[in-house]
Design a protein around this ligand. Structure first.
Ligand code: FAD
Length: 450
């Protein structure tokens, strides 16, 4: 192994990190503190050439491979015990073409960097609600965010991807080049290759939009969630509204509505007025704010290194019984940073066909996320059990669809196939064409067609 690694380091432009290196301990960490894996080798790449070399090295050494973009995957699929980690975290460049209204971003960029660069020109595309999340994993699996109801998912705004395939070949996937691969990467995650860069379509957004959080005491949760349900029955495309049962920094349990209206400020003020006037808020930050600020306002609630365990499904309707169940479980939530989130989908995201991309969830409704998050290893068992129990109690309300980017590490074997629903078979056929030996399997894995 050492010979091959030495040979590679002579032309590698990034950094090769081995377990004995000082940089190793920090380099092996990902966002979720519950994940504690030790790769045999970390190839921190600088570009496509390094990625292709790292793929070839893994083949030569017969090592399993994991790929890291932003490192946010809750299931820990972006690292590996004993294998080779292809780490793109140093590849964060974003180049905006304001005339063409496009941006090309490298595979290790986060939404923080992406929004900062695109907002220089008053442009944006749908990205994650937390700025530290990577563009790569989020886009390849879906991309729910504040602009999705106006401009559809992150992956719907993808124009092309540069990929390194399992044999080390570099290819482009777009509507014109390798269209089967382009269809599959828009939802199929990291199953087909390592994406070195992504080209996105941009839209005029902000720089000022209307957004923020209004939080109420948990004693008002039934009324607030019923109000939220009514509000989400007729939202304009510009208006994206999430609800959450959350913990304040002092540990108080609250119910909150979090929103972003990306249209003119006067319309945003009208649209958010009803939320601000409802109940007896204990916190109200909703008002005009920079679009990039909307994308960082929740960051502090998801600190790097916190221990996380998630359960999630799409929820077609929010019945009174479902609301009662969620509140009942949240009242008993032992995780000091635990949350129950409802993300509402309507508008543009629901006007894309189920099979136009590999991401099939196009019906209006909610995505439910039971998110257990806590600081101390001693609480692992009780906090994980709470999420499992709360999600289990919701199983009679949720639909069949599940978002692959929110799947944790302990789902049953059929969960990935179920998450892709009618698109799974076609994904398997594309997988057999581009990665027949399942070289890329540290992901929510699509098995090559038999
Ligand atoms: C705090 C937090 C907030 C989140 N908010 C949102 C949100 O608002 N909207 C939303 O839709 N999702 C959200 N997510 C979920 C998010 O979409 C997934 O965690 C996603 O996997 C993160 O992408 P990443 O690049 O950071 O992940 P990583 O952990 O780096 O990678 C995730 C997966 O993608 C693969 N992958 C990563 N980079 C590449 C690449 N360049 N080429 C090929 N494969 C690659 C990896 O192999 C792995 O399987 C959030 C997650 C967290 C932890």
């Amino acid at each position: 192994m050492l010979d091959k690694v030495t040979e590679l380091s002579q032309r590698f432009c990034g950094q090769i990190i081995q377990p004995a290196d000082v940089a190793y301990e920090e380099a092996r960490k990902i966002h979720n503190g519950l994940i504690d894996k030790r790769p045999a080798l970390i190839a921190r790449c600088n570009g496509l050439a390094d990625i292709a070399d790292a793929v070839k090295l893994a083949r030569d050494l017969n090592l399993e491979v994991a790929v890291r973009g932003g490192g946010h995957n809750v299931a820990g699929r972006s690292t590996i015990d004993g294998g080779l980690l292809i780490d793109l975290s140093a590849m964060r460049g974003v180049h905006v073409d304001p005339g063409a209204r496009t941006a090309r971003a490298q595979g290790g960029a986060t939404w923080r960097v992406f929004n900062a660069e695109t907002q220089v020109y008053g442009l944006a595309t749908t990205g994650g609600a937390i700025s530290t999340t990577g563009i790569a994993g989020l886009t390849l699996g879906g991309g729910l965010g504040w602009l999705m109801n106006k401009y559809a998912l992150s992956l719907d705004n993808l124009m092309s991807v540069d990929l390194v395939l399992a044999d080390g070949q570099v290819v482009k996937a777009s509507a014109e080049e390798n269209p089967d691969l382009f269809w599959a990467v828009r939802g199929g995650g990291g199953n087909f290759g390592v994406a070195g860069s992504f080209e996105y379509r941009l839209h005029t957004v902000g720089p000022m939009v209307t957004g923020g959080v209004v939080a109420y005491p948990l004693s008002e949760a039934h009324d607030v969630l019923r109000f939220y349900r009514n509000l989400t029955q007729s939202l304009p495309d510009e208006f994206t509204v999430f609800a959450g049962l959350i913990h304040a920094p002092d540990g108080a349990k609250l119910v909150a509505i979090v929103a972003c209206h990306c249209g003119p400020l006067a319309e945003g003020e009208r649209a958010t007025g009803a939320i601000k006037a409802f109940g007896t808020p204990v916190l109200d930050t909703m008002g005009p704010m920079a679009y990039s600020q909307v994308n960082t306002m929740l960051d502090a609630a998801f600190p790097r290194g916190a221990r996380s365990y998630w359960k999630s499904s799409f929820l077609p309707t929010l019945t009174d019984d479902a609301i009662r169940t969620l509140i009942g479980y949240f009242e008993r939530c032992p995780a000091s940073m635990g949350q129950v989130l409802l993300e509402h989908l309507h508008g543009a995201v629901t006007r894309v066909g189920v099979s136009d991309t590999a991401f099939p969830h196009r019906a209006p409704g909610y995505n439910l996320l039971v998110l257990s998050q806590w600081p101390l290893p001693a609480d692992d068992e009780v906090c994980i059990r709470w999420a499992r129990d709360a999600y289990g109690a919701m199983e009679s309300f949720v639909g069949a669809g599940r978002y692959v980017n929110y799947l944790d590490n302990d789902e049953h074997g059929g969960a990935v196939a179920a998450a892709y629903g009618p698109n799974y078979r076609r994904l398997q056929q594309v997988k057999v064409k581009y990665d027949p030996n399942n070289f890329f399997h540290m992901n929510q894995n699509i098995l090559p067609a038999a």
